[in-house]
Design a protein around this ligand. Structure first.
Ligand SMILES: [Ca+2]
Ligand SMILES: [Ca+2]
Ligand SMILES: [Ca+2]
Ligand SMILES: [Ca+2]
Length: 546
């Protein structure tokens, strides 16, 4: 589908395979001993060419990132009916914070700031904090565009924003990629109130529950965990059963509201029928992080952004001829058509009309990575956003015992640099780590034998969710392989869970051999003290670490 030349050629894979197997041998042989002899390397030797993206205006890109919807407010208001759900459920500001939403204090006028600041000093009870317990305040915050990522537009053009009087709210990138500094308030395991910190991952956003608040969450059908007849009615994901076009709103909400199925801090960004919510990643220093997605399926940053706007923030585009072609190419004719037909059925049954809603142009590059659904939003804005995301800095690492950090750095150079760089200010290696290397327990069954080359067959290892994201959407889209791209090792101190599938609860567990040799990312340190020091080292990393 994507006419991007292969990034991983056989020679780079060979050298990569060697480097990794050396590490594996060392790891299995108990490499944790004698680690203070630093004979390691600074990072992998990779013949991958860096993937370059264009850049435009940082100032304009900031506005795009925070506020640009390209008209998706019609989807979120007329199809999902999110703001109606907020009003119907009487979502108070405290409840919004519990959903993990954050509030931009600077968007509020001085009297409101002062009133909220006074209430935030109390026990937050309805008696002492009436505004924070009043659903009308939530409406005011949305109207003021203070709720980050939930963007209200003057849809009826009367010069005033009021969502109770005909205006609509859409979604922007900031929803999942911005937090605040918590300078006014920070709710444990929830959202915060303060100044925007764009690009920081929203670990506490409960997107599942937020989407469930909509009166018609069924309108997000392609991104739910489905049971497809094309797959024999079986389902892939955390839930034991999949949803269908006839699933009720209550059934869809039960799936979305269940953190065992849709964990807090994750979002399912693939319209593939798989229930594969992944952890919200950092989105700063994007000059360092290509290729994009856990699976590295997209080469250029602006192409990733375009796909988010055209497929995820108004998924009704998937019902167009271009959208159908995209899903048929990804999932094969049977599954692709089944998802689109099911979606059209759901939209009709729930009274959604007038779609697609997005403002985008037909692209001459239809079917390529530039325009997978055949459409592209304003290119200048995408390129401006590239510049803004590149400019966002990672936070400083958390300081720790310098001796422990020096010892762990040596250990890291000996054990981890077949893949990771020591210098976190350098671009991550652009290769895809093969699935069998990052997840030795990978033992897939073939769900669909043939897709149009370069796409690989659809593979799934039953009983493990780590590989589910890479079943349908993976780097074979651009001539690469099924596996995982390299992540930034930045802002790790704030992470509540590790690995893209949220499967590892802390750094000690990530490095602990008790997870077993077949588990994802099986690169272990046998010594508990060394694990503790390595965790200190990892939390200390920032772009100045060398
Ligand atoms: Ca208005
Ligand atoms: Ca709902
Ligand atoms: Ca999915
Ligand atoms: Ca699996």
């Amino acid at each position: 589908m994507f006419n991007i030349p292969a990034r991983v050629n056989s020679s780079s894979l060979r050298s990569f395979g060697c480097a990794v197997s050396c590490v594996l041998v060392a790891a299995l042989a108990g490499c944790s001993s004698g680690s203070e002899n630093d004979t390691g390397s600074d990072g992998p030797l990779s013949s991958e060419a860096p993937i370059i993206h264009q850049t435009g205006s940082v100032a304009s890109g900031k506005q795009v990132f925070r506020f640009e919807t390209f008209g998706n407010e019609k989807f979120w208001t007329d199809a999902v009916r999110l703001q109606q759900g907020f009003i119907a459920a009487g979502v108070t500001p405290i409840k919004a914070l519990q959903l993990g939403l954050s509030v931009d204090i600077e968007a509020l006028d001085a009297p409101t700031q002062a009133a909220l600041a006074a209430e935030l000093k109390t026990d937050l009870s309805p008696a002492n904090a009436p505004l924070l317990n009043d659903p009308a305040t939530t409406v005011k915050l949305i109207n003021a565009n203070a709720v980050i990522g939930i963007v209200a537009k003057d849809s009826n053009g009367d010069g005033v924003i009021d969502i109770t009087k005909g205006d609509k709210t859409g979604a922007t990138c900031a929803l999942c990629h911005t937090i605040t500094d918590g300078s006014a308030f920070s709710l444990a395991n929830g959202g915060s109130i303060g100044k925007r910190l764009d690009g920081r991952a929203t670990h506490n956003l409960n997107f599942g529950a937020l989407l469930a608040t909509g009166l018609n969450s069924r309108a997000y059908y392609p991104m739910l965990q489905l049971a497809l007849q094309a797959n024999g009615g079986k389902t892939l994901g955390r839930a034991p059963t999949g949803l269908t076009p006839s699933s009720t709103e209550a059934e869809v909400d039960a799936y979305l509201n269940n953190p065992a199925f849709y964990p807090v801090g994750t979002f399912d960004d693939t319209p593939d029928g798989n229930g594969d919510p992944m952890h919200n990643p950092a989105l700063f220093r994007t000059d360092l992080a290509a290729p994009w997605g856990t699976e590295g399926g997209i080469g250029r940053l602006d192409n990733f952004s375009n796909l988010v706007y055209t497929a995820l923030l108004d998924p009704t585009n998937l019902t167009t001829a271009g959208g159908r072609a995209f899903l048929v190419k990804l999932g094969g004719a049977a599954a692709g058509n089944e998802i689109v037909d099911g979606y059209i059925q759901v939209l009709a049954a729930t009274g959604v009309a007038g779609y697609p809603f997005l403002t985008a142009s037909l692209s001459p590059l239809a079917g390529t990575e530039d325009a997978p659904l055949g459409i592209r939003v304003d290119d200048t804005k995408l390129i401006d956003m590239n510049a803004y995301l590149n400019s966002l800095q990672a936070p400083a690492g958390v300081p720790g015992d310098p001796d422990a950090i020096a010892r762990s750095r040596a250990l890291f150079r000996n054990n981890c640099t077949a893949c990771h760089n020591v210098d976190q200010g350098k671009p991550v290696p652009a290769f895809i780590v093969p699935m069998k290397t990052i997840f030795p327990g990978d033992n897939p069954v073939t769900l669909l034998a043939v897709r149009t080359p370069p796409l690989n067959p659809i593979l799934d290892t039953p009983g493990n969710i780590f590989d589910d994201k890479m079943a349908v959407v993976n780097a074979s889209m651009r001539g690469g392989i099924r596996g995982t791209a390299m992540p930034l090792l930045l802002d790790l101190a704030r992470k509540p869970n590790f690995l893209h599938d949220n499967s590892v609860p802390n750094l000690d567990s990530l490095l602990n051999p008790s997870r077993g040799p077949l588990a994802p990312h099986p690169f272990y340190l046998t010594d508990a003290a060394q694990r503790a020091e390595m965790a200190t080292y990892l939390r200390s990393l920032d772009t100045k670490s060398r």
